[in-house]
Ligand binder design. Structure first.
Ligand SMILES: [Mg+2]
Length: 134
């Protein structure tokens, strides 16, 4: 498990795993909910035995306030329909969710800054020497 937040005032509480929704639990079809991603239910059932699963989705963004929570309600309906286990949905009100691990289809796994540029298909600036892994 990543080192992030280990023992950071957590006491005996279970580790938290933040899980994205669109493109991770369901196929991308925003604003609709796409089909359930293969394996999502079985893996989340398994993870729920060890982790508090917190759904972390852009659907809670203030950007979509004009929709009156419609996208969140649709997500909750989907989660119930497919019996996806979760402890809560993060509303983003307190900033980035504190978690021990993050599952997101748009995440870039950080190893070095050079790898980030490589992932995005961007050439490093002239003279760039990556010392981030040192
Ligand atoms: Mg996503």
């Amino acid at each position: 498990m990543p080192q992030c937040h280990k023992g950071a005032g957590r006491g005996s509480r279970r580790p938290v795993i933040a899980v994205d929704f669109d493109g991770t639990i369901c196929e991308h079809a925003f604003p609709e909910c796409g089909e359930l991603k293969p394996g999502a239910k079985k893996v989340l059932d398994l993870l729920s035995k060890q982790f508090d699963i917190v759904i972390s989705s852009c659907r809670t963004s203030k950007m979509f306030e004009h929709e009156g929570g419609k996208y969140v309600r649709e997500m909750i309906r989907f989660l119930k329909e497919h019996e996806i286990p979760y402890s809560r949905i993060d509303g983003g009100d307190e900033g980035k969710i504190v978690a021990d691990a993050y599952v997101d289809d748009k995440a870039i796994r950080f190893t070095t800054w050079a790898s980030v540029l490589n992932h995005l298909g961007i050439l490093p600036p002239p003279g760039f020497i990556d010392t981030s892994s040192a």
